[in-house]
Design a binder for this molecule. Structure first.
Ligand code: NAP
Length: 290
């Protein structure tokens, strides 16, 4: 019973992201000394307030490390063709090293086509088929920012991955699937669960590392978690009372896990840190003439 009472170490994503930012600032300065200012083009379509907030946070984070961010805001009435022309121009602009199209896009826009039009070498969100394919064969060109952030948190805490049982709850293209591929590339044994999984707990209870990205508050309860497991909560849910929570019953599970990420302040800050990382990496590749 003693282990049940132990309190998990809380992984402070804000602090890890802050430490990364200091190193990123130095890398940007080194690039600028070579005459290259990293540039990130951020495309926002429509007036979704959550998207506008995400974009403004990304722009601020860029400024904090010296990346030049160029915002392209367009009304929801923009046509598919107009958006593709804009992306074509950004692809050809040598001052742009990364292109980010904030999702979701209005329903009349062909999202898949938009993502495929972004030049793979500027696809800092890692959603282009080329980058997704690289992940499938165990390579990382631009890993998608949220799972990349999770990998960095695990590394920061020196959590072993090889040979561990990992369960990923959530199978979306932007979080769950790439997360599973990145963990497989590190020789974990990975199970992926989703909304049609029967008896979720029979999988989660086996996990040495449990990554949850479903968007369902309190989906993961203490009795579903193995004592001593590492629990990474990617979920971001706003409750009717305005409180933001993850997918994990933090209070209960933190008494059973060995490590846990809080929401907010866990994976969220890392997602933006990894976007900066990918943008700087792209500029470094340009500076090296790749
Ligand atoms: P999504 O596209 O809605 O995908 C959710 C996934 O969870 C789907 O695969 C779905 O299964 C599965 N799921 C839903 N209900 C489930 C249940 N009851 N049991 C098991 N699996 C269930 O969402 P997403 O974009 O991946 O995001 C997931 C969560 O992470 C959201 O809360 C989002 O806000 C958050 N998020 C956070 C960050 C960050 O920076 N921290 C970044 C991105 C997303 P099916 O495939 O069967 O439908």
């Amino acid at each position: 019973m003693k282990a049940e009472q132990s309190t998990a170490k809380i992984i402070d994503g804000k602090a890890v992201a802050r430490a990364m930012r200091d190193k990123q600032r130095a890398r940007v300065e080194a690039l600028m000394a070579k005459g290259v200012t990293p540039g990130l083009a951020v495309v926002l379509v429509g007036d979704n307030p959550a998207s506008a907030l995400y974009v403004s946070n990304k722009v601020k984070a860029c400024e904090a490390v010296g990346i030049k961010s160029i915002s392209h805001r367009h009304p929801a009435t923009i046509t598919n063709e107009e958006l593709l022309v804009l992306i074509g121009k950004l692809n050809a602009d040598p001052n742009v090293h990364g292109i980010l199209v904030q999702l979701p896009l209005p329903p009349h826009i062909d999202m898949a086509k938009v993502l495929e039009t972004i030049a793979p070498e500027k696809d800092v969100d890692g959603f282009h088929l080329y980058n997704v394919g690289a992940l499938v064969v165990g390579r990382q060109i631009f890993p998608p920012c949220t799972p990349y952030g999770v990998m960095n948190l695990l590394e920061h805490e020196n959590i072993p991955i090889e040979g561990r049982n990992v369960v990923v709850v959530g199978a979306s293209n932007i979080v769950g699937k790439p997360m599973a591929l990145m963990l497989m590339a590190r020789d974990a044994t990975v199970a992926i669960c989703h909304a049609k999984t029967r008896d979720l707990a029979q999988f989660t209870i086996l996990a040495d590392i449990l990554v949850v990205a479903a968007g369902v508050p309190k989906l993961i309860l203490p009795q579903m978690v193995k004592t001593g497991a590492v629990v990474i909560d990617v979920g971001i849910n706003r409750l009717p009372n305005g409180k933001v929570v993850g997918d994990v019953d933090f209070e209960g599970v933190s008494k059973k896990a060995s490590y846990i990420t809080p929401v907010p302040g866990g994976v969220g800050p890392m997602t933006i840190a990894m976007l900066l990382e990918n943008t700087i990496q792209s500029a470094e590749r340009t500076a090296e003439g790749h």
